[in-house]
Structure formats: structure tokens, C-alpha cells
Design a binder for this molecule. Structure first.
Ligand code: B1M
Length: 216
């Protein structure tokens, strides 16, 4: 059985070294070894993609490489997804969530993980996608009577749209709590705009349950 640290390194290196085969095979090894898929993502794949992001910011990598690294990460997540979803079976919905990435922002890997984890935690998630107009968050929330609205944003240039989402919901008379997250978001920002912050997909589930008074 492959060593845990070796698998995590392969997951990280597969993404940052732009080697899809290495990342996908490591994801299969992670499952075979009984590793939690959340750990495989957070301590393996995500470490790799964040390093790619840092290299991109330092102009040591081109945008095409950033895109390819993201594709590799998505392919490896596809392997882990069935494991992530396992606990979802035979559960009643604990609440409905409208979830999307705000307008102007096409990053959705993190948002998709939040969706998978919320679903695994028993929530019924209505995913409104990425680069989603604020109006869509409002219309979908109204349509389904959302218990929680979630808005993801990865860029400093688009976090202000999270405030726009909160304000538009309140303007439309929707009082559902709003969860925000993403690389450019902080606890302070969430408080400032009247939203609730979680730093990762796992804690998003605990927060969502707390917000509905269903325990963490
Ligand atoms: Co881009 N990108 N990107 N990118 N990208 C960042 C965000 C950046 C920080 C990279 C950098 O320069 N260091 C930078 C933003 C700088 C800024 O803030 N201003 C950047 C840029 C500049 C860009 C472009 C403009 C590049 C260009 O075209 N010149 C462009 C954006 C275009 C646009 O949106 N309009 C762009 C494009 C892309 C790709 C398409 C290539 C790809 C995205 C693919 C996809 O998502 N389908 C990509 C990627 C992969 C990244 C980095 C490297 C990694 C993001 C990621 O997937 N992380 C990113 C650098 C970084 O984040 N450090 C970067 C892994 C993921 C698991 O983590 O998304 O943080 P994360 O999600 C976590 C938590 O944040 C949390 O839970 C998740 C799981 O634990 N979370 C929530 C997320 N949402 C939540 C919501 C919640 C709760 C928790 O409640 C609702």
C-alpha cells in the first residue's frame, strides 16, 4: 500500500508539474489506500494548484499553463468525487442552498467542491454556476425559497459583487443568510457585508448547519 505522504506529494506534483496522468493515478491510489478524499484535495491537489497560482502571479507560468493545471485538478477530482458523495445516500434534505460564483469571476473549482460537500452533508443545492449575474442569485432564491445563499469569489476585483448579492437579496425582501468564501474573502469582509464566512468546503457544511440551527 502506497505511503500517504507519497500519494499527497504525487497529487500536488501532478498538478504543479502539469502531469495529468500522475495526478489521476495518485487520486486512484488515494481511494485505494482509504485516504479521505477531502484530505487528498486539500493537502494534495489544492496545494499544487495554489503553487501554480503563485508562480502565475510571479510571471513564472503562463495563463495556458494555469488553465492546464486547473484541468488536471478537475480530472483528479472526478476520480475522487464518488467517494466524496458516498455519505449523501439515503438522507433527507436538511435545507436548500442557492450557490454560485459571482459575476465577473469564472473560478468554480472551489465552488464545485463546496457544492459536493454540502450535498454530501444532506443539503439540496441549486448551483447557479460561475460568472453568475446578481439578478440570478435573487431570482433563483425567490423561486426555490432558499434557506441559504452561497456566493464564491476568488478575485480581489470581484469580492465587491458579494456585497452586491447581499444587498440585492435584502432589497428583494429575501432574508436568507448568505455564506461567502473563496481565496480573496476574509472573515472581516464577510462581517462587513452582513454575510457568513467559511474558509474551506468542509467548514462550509458546518457553517450551513449552524445557520439553520441544525448543529455543526
Ligand atoms: Co485564476 N486567478 N484567473 N484561474 N486562479 C487566481 C484567483 C489568482 C489569485 C492567481 C494569481 O494571480 N495568484 C488571480 C486573482 C488575482 C486577484 O485577486 N485579482 C487569478 C487571475 C488573475 C485569473 C485571470 C484574470 C487570469 C487571466 O486570464 N489573465 C483569469 C480570471 C478570469 C475571470 O474570472 N474573469 C483566471 C483564470 C483561471 C483559470 C480558468 C485558468 C483557473 C480556474 C478554473 C476553474 O475554476 N474552473 C484559475 C485558477 C485555477 C486559479 C488559482 C491558481 C487556483 C484556484 C483554485 O481552483 N483553487 C488561483 C490562485 C489561488 O486561489 N491561490 C487563481 C483550488 C480550490 C480548491 O480552492 O477556489 O480557494 P478555492 O476554494 C476553496 C476555498 O476558498 C473555499 O472552499 C474551497 C474548497 O476548500 N471556498 C468557499 C470557495 N468558495 C467558497 C464559497 C463558500 C465557502 C467556501 O460559501 C459560499
Amino acid at each position: 500500500m502506497a505511503d500517504k505522504q507519497a500519494i499527497l506529494s504525487e497529487l500536488e506534483n501532478g498538478v504543479k508539474g502539469l502531469q495529468q496522468e500522475v495526478a489521476v493515478e495518485a487520486a486512484k491510489k488515494a481511494i485505494a489506500s482509504g485516504m479521505s478524499p477531502v484530505e487528498a484535495i486539500e493537502n494534495g491537489l489544492a496545494k499544487g494548484i495554489r503553487e501554480v497560482g503563485e508562480k502565475f502571479a510571479r510571471k513564472e507560468m503562463f495563463v495556458v499553463e494555469l488553465i492546464y493545471a486547473a484541468t488536471i485538478m478537475e480530472e483528479a477530482i472526478k476520480v475522487l468525487e464518488p467517494e466524496l458523495k458516498k455519505s449523501k445516500e439515503k438522507r433527507h434534505s436538511v435545507g436548500t442552498v442557492v450557490l454560485g460564483t459571482v459575476a465577473g469571476d469564472i473560478h468554480d473549482i472551489g465552488k464545485n467542491l463546496v457544492r459536493i460537500m454540502l450535498e454530501a452533508g444532506g443539503f439540496e443545492v441549486h448551483d447557479v454556476g460561475k460568472d453568475t449575474p446578481t439578478e440570478t442569485f435573487v431570482l433563483k432564491s425567490k423561486e426555490i425559497g432558499a434557506a441559504i445563499v452561497g456566493a464564491s469569489s476568488l478575485m480581489t476585483t470581484t469580492v465587491s459583487i458579494q456585497k452586491e448579492v447581499v444587498d440585492a437579496l435584502r432589497g428583494a425582501g429575501i432574508g436568507a443568510p448568505v455564506m461567502v468564501g473563496g481565496a480573496a474573502v476574509s472573515e472581516e469582509w464577510a462581517q462587513e457585508i452582513g454575510a457568513h464566512y467559511s474558509s474551506d468546503a468542509g467548514s462550509a457544511v458546518g457553517l450551513a448547519k449552524q445557520l439553520l440551527g441544525k448543529g455543526a
